[in-house]
Ligand binder design. Structure first.
Ligand code: SF4
Length: 380
């Protein structure tokens, strides 16, 4: 039996077993395609020989540390997965010895799982400086793999991670190897149900631990999505941890992380370029606390209103509040019949969203006046 012992934000903890064989496992409620997916998210070990300046598990810090025995972690994962309490495992680690030792142990967990018939989701963090043979294995066994960039450039990476290895050698080289391995496994087999990095490659950067401005994160994000083809760039807002060199630094406000995510989705899914954000950030390179797509639309009145019956998918995507799903709804609706009245738009998108996009859209034919009248009567 697994018992929930406490819940905090997106985390909760399950206690398993009894007295002599008790384990507490951290469950993280990850968001995937609009759904909440519980993952057992843990470090293989929290013992670390490194001293990254922001980290709770840096070597110099006095903190309770533990290490999973690989077989035990695999057994707990499969047990919870069979019970339906988790949908997958997200495994990362501190670096207690050399990176290859950790990779070997992480892969032991994953191999145990796959050998026991586990075909759930596995997200594996590659250790900076890991040997290519481990990366090759990881890509075959896990559904998503990635290595953390931590910072958007080598200078600030060196500032906060002084002993993780060089940015180019320990991080970027590994990222390129992951990309190569993913390409080669995709050529081998298209018929994979799990593993083979089918959920792509990801990375994470810490926001607010350095002086990097938002535009630097946005530029790095564009490169990661467009040039390297990553599936996901995560941002982790910095929080000062006592007994670390950055304990007096201000935390990253949650809205900064949120606006960066919005900007990154505009780049990944909406065809925005980093250049577009030059007009949105302030003179210090930071995003305002507003939806960046809305700010862009207000800075570019010449792009609006767009004609709902003739606009391309990408043009519709430029409309504030419209994402790929709703852009497709508009296109599907107009395939059946032209959009002429606000009631058409309400049927396509629902009344709330239809009202929100009115300032940015128009319809082409002579009934436009009716459309406007309708707006005037019903909304304004
Ligand atoms: S290597 Fe990882 S766990 Fe160790 S101090 Fe750096 S960030 Fe923390």
């Amino acid at each position: 039996m697994a018992k929930t012992i406490r819940k905090r934000d997106k985390w909760y903890f399950l206690t398993l077993g009894a007295k002599w064989d008790r384990a507490v496992v951290p469950i993280y409620e990850a968001a995937a395609r609009g759904k909440c997916v519980p993952l057992l998210k843990t470090l293989l070990t929290s013992f670390c020989k490194n001293d990254c300046k922001y980290c709770a598990f840096r070597a110099e810090r006095k903190v309770l540390r533990t290490t999973w025995e690989p077989k035990k972690l695999a057994e707990i994962t499969i047990h919870l997965w069979k019970q339906g309490k988790i949908r997958g495992l997200f495994l990362s680690s501190s670096i207690s010895k050399d990176p290859d030792f950790i990779m070997e142990k992480q892969l032991e967990v994953v191999e145990h799982l796959r050998n026991m018939g586990y075909n759930g989701y596995i997200h594996l963090r590659i250790m900076p400086g890991a040997n290519r043979s481990y990366i090759k294995q990881a890509v075959r066994l896990a559904d998503r793999v990635g290595v953390n960039l931590e910072a958007p450039n080598k200078e600030t990476f060196g500032e906060i991670c002084p002993d993780k290895g060089g940015f180019k050698e320990a991080i970027l080289k590994r990222l390129y190897w992951i990309i190569d391995e993913v390409k080669s496994v995709r050529k081998e087999s298209k018929d994979f149900r799990f593993g083979f990095a089918k959920a792509g490659i990801d990375t994470q950067m810490i926001v607010g631990a350095t002086e990097d401005d938002d535009f630097q994160f946005i530029r790095a994000t564009e490169w990661l999505y467009r040039k390297l083809g990553l599936r996901r760039v995560y941002y982790s807002g910095f929080e000062p941890i006592p007994q670390t060199p950055l304990e007096k630094r201000k935390p990253c406000p949650p809205w900064r992380e949120y606006r960066l995510y919005q900007a990154s989705f505009l780049i990944r899914d909406y065809g925005f370029k980093a250049e577009h954000f030059k007009q949105i950030v302030n003179d210090k390179g930071f995003l305002p606390n507003f939806d960046p797509k809305l700010v862009f639309a207000q800075l570019h009145p010449e792009l609006f209103p767009i004609d709902l019956n003739t606009a391309t998918f990408n043009e519709i995507l430029r409309v504030p509040h419209i994402g790929p799903i709703n852009a497709r709804k508009i296109i599907n609706y107009r395939k059946m019949k032209p959009i002429r009245f606000i009631s058409d738009l309400e049927r396509a998108l629902g009344p709330l969203l239809a009202r929100r996009i009115l300032p940015y859209v128009q319809v082409r034919d002579k009934r436009l006046s009716d459309f406007k009248t309708y707006i005037n009567q019903k909304i304004l």
